[in-house]
Design a protein around this ligand. Structure first.
Ligand SMILES: O=C[C@H](O)[C@H](O)[C@H](O)COP(=O)(O)O
Length: 262
């Protein structure tokens, strides 16, 4: 029931519901991963089922692919789509320039490839994800399993030489075993506290042997839809500088909202 959802879940839901309005008939859409993106996929599934919306979705993880198929969205690969009209995804942090940390759910690699292959990327997030400076959320870095400890040591040494605060990293675990991404890799989470120069850090990390990709999304996101627990949503567009706030009045009555609480 709607009343059982936390304010954060309500915020994620309204952000996703509002962002779904950006999706037009015939579009090829990148489908993000995570709890906020899952709301988006459900909203789009409802639009496909009830409004006859025809879209082709490119999922950014096996989890999202399964959910998208389950709600009736036609799923295609990025190679089939080649280029996307729009990608909508969650984020772990976003700053005032709409630079992001992503990968808290382990899907950063496919997410970055898909977002970069899109005309537009829209992030959906609850207001708690906004930060003045990126880095309080541990920065995920996808590394190949071969020699991961050597890669980790190299990353840590480099962070020290760059005088980046924090300097520790941990191998992400799934219970007692290392977490494995969809691409068969591991994730190192870098505990940095605050990232001064995110652009430089992203470039330096990606130059290291063993690193596949990092979770910093710089100059990729075009707009953010921010949800609040009371049903308000704010849409900020970095390209034209517009900010619009509205309240979605369907919160308590929406079928998805009352049926699902994941
Ligand atoms: O790897 C996961 C993704 O980058 C997610 O989009 C990110 O972690 C945000 O997830 P959530 O919406 O569950 O907070």
């Amino acid at each position: 029931m709607a009343g059982e959802l936390s304010p954060i879940d309500k915020a994620k839901f309204v952000a996703a519901k509002r962002a779904a309005q950006f999706v037009e008939d015939g579009m090829r859409v990148g489908l993000g991963t995570g709890s906020t993106a899952a709301w988006l996929v459900r909203c789009l599934g409802e639009m496909v089922r009830d409004d006859g919306l025809r879209i082709k979705g490119v999922p950014t993880s096996s989890r999202t692919a399964e959910l998208a198929r389950g709600v009736g969205i036609e799923v295609i690969s990025l190679d089939e789509a080649k280029w996307l009209d729009l990608t909508i995804d969650g984020a772990d942090e976003f700053d005032g320039s709409l630079n992001l940390i992503k990968g808290g759910g382990g899907a950063l690699l496919q997410e970055k490839i898909v977002a970069t292959a899109s005309d537009q990327m829209v992030v959906i997030a609850d207001i708690g994800k906004e930060v003045e400076s990126l880095g309080a959320f541990p920065l995920p870095v996808e590394v190949i399993p071969f020699g991961w400890q050597t890669t980790q040591a190299l990353i840590e040494e480099t962070l020290i030489s760059m005088d980046v605060l924090g300097r520790t990293s941990t191998l992400r675990m799934n219970g007692d075993v290392p977490y494995i991404t969809d691409e068969g890799n591991h994730i190192l989470d870098l505990h940095l506290n605050r990232i001064g120069n995110a652009r430089q850090l992203a470039l330096v990390i990606n130059q290291m042997p063993g690193v596949v990709e990092n979770g910093l999304f710089i100059d990729i996101c075009d707009a953010v839809v921010i949800g609040y627990g009371d049903g308000r949503v704010e849409v900020r567009d970095i390209n034209d500088g517009t900010v619009a706030t509205e309240r979605l009045d369907f919160v308590e009555s929406d079928n998805l909202f009352s049926d699902l609480s994941d």
